[in-house]
Design a protein around this ligand. Structure first.
Ligand code: NAP
Ligand code: ZN
Length: 356
């Protein structure tokens, strides 16, 4: 048995998203069922729906920046009750028994799917074998309590939604690599992830340097919390950053030359890649890495405990995303605009529009 709910899905890689109905499992003892109120639009939604990334299963219902209101809870659920606000991010399950899961790093679960980490969409759905999981571009979602986050509703809920992916994807590496007072931190790209990176790095007390390809974003960068804004296509401006930064987090979604950013790193510092292009970056030069013992690293979202910590940090520091609300009917236009960097700085779908 299953319930049919409304959604927007892509039938193939080249088909625009359109209204559809999908099946959601019947409630399990540890499940929280909630109505989706708002869902952020991540660049990953587009990379998946359009198969810019490999191995996409169709139909594809994207959406992993989800805020909603609880409608029903399973018999074993302790932390949520009907009427509460609840949120979900990029993953809805993991084995919970491996070393990584026990450390609260469910996103790096050591067990292979379908028993390991399951993405909110385009993961193997263990309740509907052979089908993908479906994300937040839908009226309702069912999530194991362990993967449900608490939001208190005091902040603008639509603007909270992007914290569930964009927020945690920047918070986690900033914390892991020690961003804070006395540190100089670079953020590359002022998009959905990047603008959260600037806000969070600033709130953590780091001297924050934004690198943007868009001269028109310089003032916004400063307003959002950057101490310096560098137009990365300007070689003279880049040269002034040489050997200076203690950490750089790169959010750019297309392949690009990493060498100018590596040159900006201090000794023993890391360039952390979170942007996920469908094809690789050109290989960086080796000498700039070994001469100053610099690192290139990657980072994926964040664990559940850390995601809650990030939500609480954002509530305490009055941080939300800068958003543009869209009805679901304009989602294809919104996706096209994200690809052109034409949004300041995150689209959020008002899911009430699904019933319009
Ligand atoms: P986004 O809103 O499109 O932002 C990307 C930014 O990259 C743009 O705003 C732009 O900033 C810069 N950019 C765009 N085209 C560029 C170009 N040709 N050359 C240089 N810079 C360019 O995307 P997003 O939602 O923030 O996502 C960013 C990437 O992170 C995507 O690949 C997404 O899939 C990935 N992601 C990864 C994780 C993870 O766990 N690691 C989680 C979520 C998303 P400027 O105009 O300032 O240059
Ligand atoms: Zn995302």
């Amino acid at each position: 048995m299953a319930t049919r709910v409304k959604a927007f899905s892509a039938a193939t890689r080249s088909t625009p998203l359109a209204a559809a109905t999908i099946e959601r499992r019947d409630i399990q003892p540890r499940d929280v069922q909630f109505d989706v109120l708002f869902c952020g639009v991540c660049h990953s939604d587009i990379s998946t729906a359009r198969s810019i990334w490999p191995d996409v299963m169709y139909p594809c219902v994207p959406g992993h920046e989800i805020v909603g209101r609880v409608t029903k809870v399973g018999s074993d659920v302790k932390g949520f009750k009907p009427g509460d606000f609840a949120a979900a991010g990029c993953m809805v399950d993991s084995c919970r028994t491996c070393v990584s899961c026990k450390l609260g790093l469910e996103q790096y679960c050591d067990t292979a799917p379908p028993n390991g980490m399951i993405l909110t969409y385009n993961g193997p759905d263990k309740y509907f074998p052979g089908k993908p999981t479906y994300g937040g571009y839908s009226s309702q979602i069912m999530v194991d309590e362990h993967f449900c986050l608490h939001v208190d509703g005091k902040q603008n809920l639509a603007a909270v939604a992007p914290l569930l992916c964009a927020g945690i994807t920047l918070y986690s590496p900033l914390k892991h690599w020690g961003a804070g007072q006395g540190k100089k931190v670079g953020i590359v790209g002022l998009g959905g992830l990047g603008h959260m990176g600037v806000k969070l790095s600033h709130a953590l007390g780091a001297h924050t340097v934004l690198f943007t390809t868009s001269p028109g974003k310089v003032e916004d960068g400063k307003r959002l919390g950057a101490d310096e804004v560098v137009v990365s296509r300007n070689a003279d401006e880049m040269a002034k950053q040489a050997n200076r930064l203690d950490l750089i987090v790169d959010t750019v979604a297309v392949p690009h030359d990493l060498d100018p950013f590596i040159a900006a790193l201090n000794r023993d510092s890391a360039l952390v890649l979170v942007g996920a292009p469908g094809t690789p970056h050109p290989s960086p030069g080796v000498f700039p890495l070994l001469m100053r013992r610099r690192h290139i690293a990657g980072s994926g979202i964040g664990g559940i405990k850390e995601t809650q910590e990030m939500l609480d940090f954002c509530a305490a520091h009055n941080i939300v995303s800068d958003i543009e609300i869209t009805p679901i009917q304009k989602i294809n236009e919104a996706h096209d605009r994200v690809l052109k960097s034409d949004v300041r700085y995150r689209f959020v779908i008002d899911m009430a529009s699904l019933n319009a």
